[in-house]
Design a protein around this ligand. Sequence first.
Ligand SMILES: Nc1ncnc2c1ncn2[C@@H]1O[C@H](COP(=O)(O)OP(=O)(O)OP(=O)(O)O)[C@@H](O)[C@H]1O
Ligand SMILES: C[C@H](N)[C@H](N)CCCCCC(=O)O
Ligand SMILES: [Mg+2]
Length: 226
Amino acid sequence: MEHFWVVGTDTDVGKTFITTLFMRHLQMQGLKVIPYKPVQTGEVADEGRYYYQDTTSYLEYSLQPLDKEALNTYSFSLPASPHYAAELEGETIKEDRLLNTIEKLKLDYDTVICEGAGGLYVPFHSNTTLTLLDVIEQSALPVILVAKTKLGTINHTLLSVKALQARNIDLLGIVFNQFEQSPLEKNSIDTILRFIDVPSVVIEANCTIESFDDKAVFERLMTYDI
Ligand SMILES: Nc1ncnc2c1ncn2[C@@H]1O[C@H](COP(=O)(O)OP(=O)(O)OP(=O)(O)O)[C@@H](O)[C@H]1O
Ligand SMILES: C[C@H](N)[C@H](N)CCCCCC(=O)O
Ligand SMILES: [Mg+2]
């Protein structure tokens, strides 16, 4: 196991949170790791400071120095689907740039963790059918799927898994994220795993990056040679 995607059943499910946790865990194992967010949208303005939440999380929590320029290819201000945010800025996302960047990073790092944008069927263009899923498929890398545990996740998760299976994309496992211990959440997780047989882990809500130290979570989803 070397390079992989962290994708989600939706936006805001915890892809960056999980990417950051995996980055730190693998760095602690002595691997040279880079998180890569090919396309990010939603510039945050905070008291005169402008930043993007995804790449800022990587920089803030990395245990190794990161080349800021290598973390991302396209950033668009509007918190919207990449196809729309790019159109408003007169930009065209070129999938070859993304794929070539991934291939170059793979030469320079032990592990490249690519974070998706939103969910799988997020369009990259306003005038073609290119989606994030197409780029993942072309990258030929496996994925870890991040899902909510709240109501709605059964459908979203099964749809996402079926979409991955239809493209023969290797699903390393599912991270059920922000679990708040309710019987409904537990039933949703059990129901999803009744339909699909893949490794899975559950991460509680209200975790902090710095304090998270459950190695078993990572080792259940991947093996890596040090
Ligand atoms: N297990 C968790 N414990 C505490 N906070 C969490 C957890 N998972 C996610 N969060 C927080 O929830 C918010 C959304 O998570 P995150 O930004 O990782 O979502 P995302 O899927 O990367 O969104 P996007 O589609 O915009 O990239 C963030 O503030 C993040 O810190
Ligand atoms: C702005 C947000 N945080 C993400 N960066 C982009 C989410 C795109 C979702 C598109 C959609 O499924 O409607
Ligand atoms: Mg994110």
